[in-house]
Design a protein around this ligand. Structure first.
Ligand code: ZN
Ligand code: ZN
Length: 255
């Protein structure tokens, strides 16, 4: 019973074989998938997927890379969609200082507005963080994100950063990069995260785990992340699957 806590099944990379790819995930033992809608195009298609399959859930939020495209009214749109029974979190939201499509001050404003919305609605948040550890922590603290908590998705920071996120009620989710041979820091953090805060994900079609690195990722490969986690924690893959599935169910209120 694996759960992929962060995937993009509605990405254009799956236009040709979406149903087959979802079936491969089921065949690999994936029982639940949390699909992330993150901008004007992917939010409606993510909700449509969650309506089509009972084992698929959706998040809705505005991604920092696309922050510049957020218009007045879009926050209200997200708020309205949060009432949908299959919408389980606000995200992915956060900061991305790698791509420079959206200026940092716009990213920070859009991030803050969505944390405020999450607190108003009592929804957990899914955090995207690329090259912005300090500003992410600062804004999460200032906006009192610990009231709702959520998921640090595809975590890539140090144990020091992880500890601060844990203190603010966040779960730490690991994806494909933790399977890479040279991923010393993610493996060190995975070794120390309390088991009741551990999640696994693919972020498919991106961040493909070893040994398929460089190819298209898909939710079936969450098993490869579970295998790495099992090895590091000295548990079986089934135990990791059960622990991470129960954590996701509890945090997001999945069936
Ligand atoms: Zn992300
Ligand atoms: Zn993502």
């Amino acid at each position: 019973m694996l759960t992929d806590s962060h995937t993009h099944l509605n990405a254009e990379q799956f236009n040709e074989d979406q149903d087959e790819m979802i079936q491969r995930a089921l065949d690999a033992g994936v029982t639940r998938m949390v699909n992330v809608g993150f901008n004007r195009e992917t939010i409606p298609s993510s909700i449509a997927l969650a309506e089509k399959y009972d084992f698929i859930y959706s998040t809705v939020g505005w991604h920092p890379v696309d922050a510049i495209d957020m218009m007045p009214g879009d926050l209200g749109w997200i708020e309205e969609l949060c009432k949908h029974e299959k919408v389980v979190a606000i995200g992915e939201i956060g900061l991305d200082y790698y791509w420079d499509k959206s200026p940092r001050d716009v990213q920070q404003r859009v991030f803050r507005e969505q944390i405020q919305l999450a607190r108003k609605l009592g929804m957990p948040i899914v955090i995207h963080n690329r090259d912005a550890h300090q500003d992410i922590l600062h804004i999460l603290k200032e906006e009192k994100a610990e009231e709702v908590g959520g998921i640090m998705h595809c975590f890539s920071g140090s144990w020091e950063t992880a500890k601060q996120c844990l203190d603010m009620n966040f779960h730490i989710s690991f994806g494909g990069p933790v399977t890479f041979k040279n991923a010393k820091q993610p493996k060190e953090v995975l070794a120390q995260v309390p088991l009741d805060r551990l999640l696994i994900e693919t972020d498919a079609p991106y961040l493909t785990p070893h040994p398929f690195r460089g190819k298209r990722n898909e939710s079936a490969y969450v098993r490869l992340v579970a295998e790495t986690a099992a090895e590091i924690r000295g548990l079986t893959v089934d135990e990791i699957a059960e622990i991470t599935t129960n954590n996701t169910i509890r945090l997001l209120g999945l069936k």
